[in-house]
Design a protein around this ligand. Structure first.
Ligand code: SAH
Length: 346
């Protein structure tokens, strides 16, 4: 049912303290409630056991806690878990837990659908419905941390913003969520273990550099030739490679940190020598590494994974030019949980 009460987690700690003061209570009450909302992830006011019944009722009349709910959970034969997460307004996003021998990574969504139109991505076919709020991003991490402890007996170790949506098109909320995830008043995770992946929005990359963010940056490059990139990622027309390059140079100058390029090699699209040459050249602009990722087929798409030889050519020539390159095996394919496959089939 629609409600006019305010989402209490939209309030900062100071606003919460003010609320209690205005109600004639102690501002300190705000700290207690804040701790319940974030560090302890309380999903109901009645769970706040050290808060008086009167206070809980007061909160109940003014606010709601817009919690998420794991609607369905699927487990892949490789251990990957995909969650369909139901938001308070009934919309669904997906988040994925990816276990390896040494770490557990949460792949989280930043938007419902996506406003970009990458031709090879299933999420792009959904269009953007809305941005996620900071608490909705935070809660995905909390849910996956719980699953990690339950199924793998260890806490979550890494977070990648590679689920649904373009994080830099929901920048403010993503930053607020990361602040909570890394804060000792939240989950206390290290920002070094967080990676934000973007299709490359130059203005926002510069803003991140100015904001001195501490997490890692990955850019979904897929081609270093404008015509090719525009054909597969049409927004490249608006944000061409020259602007991207300039923004990345700015990022490096300010942060002194390397960039990761995500790169899929497709048959007949970017598997020729000229594509490799362009990538090698692009990699020289800013210290970086390249992650070659396997293509995860989506329904009736014209894209096909390139041959092993084509990928070997890429690897050899990148290495010859002293560019670090990793090949990423895809995970959770059998349950459509791999990169680019998130599209709410359920
Ligand atoms: N919008 C952000 C984050 C979401 S996509 C971005 O573009 O980076 C996460 C990664 O999956 C990106 O590198 C994207 O290019 C890649 N991807 C999308 N569809 C894919 C597919 N079908 N197979 C493999 N990778 C895909």
């Amino acid at each position: 049912m629609a409600t006019t009460k305010k989402d209490i987690r939209a309030l900062t700690k100071d606003q919460l303290r003010d609320f209690f003061e205005k109600q004639g209570d102690k501002a300190f009450r705000g700290n207690q409630v804040y701790e319940w909302l974030w560090q302890k992830s309380a999903y109901a006011f009645e769970d706040m056991t050290n808060v008086s019944k009167e206070t809980r009722q007061l909160l109940e009349t003014h606010f709601v806690i817009n919690n998420i709910e794991v609607n369905t959970m699927q487990r892949s034969s490789d251990g990957t878990i995909k969650n369909a997460i139901k938001l308070h307004d009934g919309l669904i996003v997906e988040s994925v837990l990816i276990p390896t021998a040494s770490r557990t990574t949460a792949c989280v969504s930043s938007q419902v659908g996506c406003s970009l139109d990458c031709r090879f991505c299933a999420t792009a076919r959904l269009k953007r419905m809305r941005n996620l709020n900071p608490d909705e991003i935070y809660d995905q991490v909390v849910a996956i941390d719980k699953e990690s402890k339950l199924y793998f007996k260890r806490p979550l170790s890494n977070i990648v913003f590679m689920g649904m949506g373009e994080p830099l098109m929901n920048y403010n909320n993503v930053i607020k969520a990361i602040d909570k995830i890394t804060s000792s008043e939240g989950l206390g995770m290290s920002s070094k273990r967080i990676t934000v992946s973007t299709s490359g929005v130059p203005k926002m990359i510069k803003k991140m550099a100015d904001d001195e963010v501490k997490f890692n940056l990955a850019v979904s490059l897929h081609s270093a030739i404008d015509e090719v990139r525009t054909a597969i990622m049409p927004f490249n027309e608006t944000f061409p490679l020259e602007d991207l390059k300039e923004a990345l140079q700015y990022w490096h100058l300010k942060t002194q940190r390397k960039i990761s390029y995500e790169y899929v090699v497709w048959k007949g699209i970017n598997d020729a020598q000229k594509d490799i040459d362009a990538l090698v050249k692009f990699c020289k602009y800013v210290p970086c590494k390249v992650n070659i990722i396997e293509y995860n087929p989506i329904d009736d798409s014209e894209f096909q994974q390139a041959s092993k030889e084509a990928i070997q050519n890429y690897i050899q020539q990148l290495e010859k030019n002293r560019i670090v390159v990793n090949v990423r095996r895809s995970r959770g394919k059998d349950i459509d949980a791999a990169c680019g496959q998130l599209a709410n089939k359920s």
